[in-house]
Design a protein around this ligand. Structure first.
Ligand code: GCO
Ligand code: MN
Ligand code: MN
Length: 375
């Protein structure tokens, strides 16, 4: 693949990152067992670095198994840090697993059970400490089990109060320890819960404004999750960026109206993905380009790396299209014509304005042809 064109060969300067859980996904689904062997974090570091990635991200338990002793933790961390330094890979983001163990079956921060909430908050604090040890500047918080099936059991107002209290404790922990770390909250409308609280990036933004330290908390929008909610990720990401809240991003893809697919970046929706790349590149987003996606279940160990290469190459191809968009005389001509119209200062004539054609058909067709390589 790389031989096709070096222009699309990723380098560390592109700031591509992958979760250990993404390339390490074994292809389990609710109807079928694992199709791939577990992938060691050390091998992942080596492979990602060779493919041109900049970093790797992880949940606490992707690296340190739940229940590991202090000495086991230390050994794992020592080996992992050595691999990171041998292969010049960074860990810009760490997150916490608050969903896998049965203890979280009815929520973590929003559990109705105070001892479970305590355990969840302490687990997240430890994951923050782990992130600090690995040099991460972002801590992602995805409340996968923060939701319900049975609304008779819990009032969402109580869930909000508990959620807020949990996040407030995390910011206190970061401040007390003077960690240079920010929190990025990730929304999802459903799966694994029937309904997950704070279902969209917009809901997260409203919630963040109610926290004790809103300046330390932003969002980690995931393309697929916005699509699962029937929303346009370009708009959600744009709103977050404009609010100064785009602290991190999960790039992947999703067919609307389906289960959580976590598809290879831009594999389904080329035009929507183009606008996301355009937003990140033109909008001054400084963070890593993080892929949170899974290889198809059809793949063996080799196919996993085709998947990772594909995510990065497509991003770079779309970034090239963003430059072409800016240089395309016809596209820019229409846009500047529209701008001239918008700045007209003659007396307002309602009927004349009502009769104006905006040329959006032409504009959109030009974008389609640009993406198809026809210009
Ligand atoms: C999902 C989620 C997760 C989270 C991850 C980080 O696919 O439903 O995106 O992958 O991003 O667990 O906490
Ligand atoms: Mn995600
Ligand atoms: Mn997802």
């Amino acid at each position: 693949m790389a031989s096709q064109s070096d222009k699309f060969q990723p380098t560390k300067a592109d700031h591509f990152t992958f979760g250990l859980w993404t390339v390490g996904n074994q292809g389990r689904d609710p109807f079928g067992d694992a199709v791939r062997a577990p992938l060691s974090p050390l091998v992942t570091v080596e492979q990602l670095s060779k493919l041109g990635a900049y970093g790797v991200t992880l949940h606490d338990n992707d690296l340190i198994p739940l229940g590991a002793s202090d000495s086991e933790r230390e050994k794992i961390l020592r080996d992992f840090k050595k691999a990171l330094s041998d292969y010049d890979l960074r860990v810009p983001m760490v997150t916490v697993n608050l969903f896998y163990h049965p203890v979280f079956k009815d929520g973590a921060f929003t559990s109705s059970m105070a001892p479970i909430r305590r355990y969840a908050i302490d687990k997240a604090k430890k994951a923050i400490d782990l992130g600090q040890e690995l040099g991460a500047e972002t801590f992602v918080l995805w409340g996968g089990r923060e939701g319900s099936e049975v609304d008779a059991a819990r009032d969402p107002r109580d869930a909000m109060k508990h959620y807020r209290q949990g996040v407030n404790e995390l910011t206190e922990h970061i401040l007390k320890n003077r960690y240079p770390m920010r929190i990025a909250m990730e929304a999802k409308p459903n799966e694994p819960r029937s309904d997950i609280y704070l279902a969209t990036t917009g809901a997260m933004l409203a919630f963040i404004a109610t926290l004790d330290h809103p300046e330390m908390v932003g969002v980690n929008p995931e393309i697929a999750h916005e699509k699962m909610a029937g929303l346009n990720p370009y708009h959600s990401i744009g709103q977050a960026l404009e609010a100064g809240k785009l602290f991190h991003i999960d790039l992947n893809d999703q067919k609307p109206g389906r289960y959580d697919q976590d598809l290879r970046f831009a594999s389904d929706d080329l035009k929507g993905s183009f606008y996301v790349v355009k937003m990140l590149e033109d909008g001054g987003y400084q963070g890593p380009r993080h892929f949170d996606a899974h290889p198809y279940r059809s793949e063996n160990a080799e196919g996993v790396w085709d998947f990772a290469r594909g995510c990065m190459r497509t991003y770079l191809v779309l970034k090239d299209k963003v430059h072409k968009f800016a240089q395309d005389a016809e596209i820019q001509g229409i846009l500047s014509e529209l701008k001239t119209w918008s700045e007209r200062e003659d007396a307002f004539d309602r009927d004349a304005w009502g009769a104006v054609g905006y040329q959006y058909e032409k504009l959109d067709q030009l974008v389609v042809e640009l993406l198809l390589g026809a210009r």
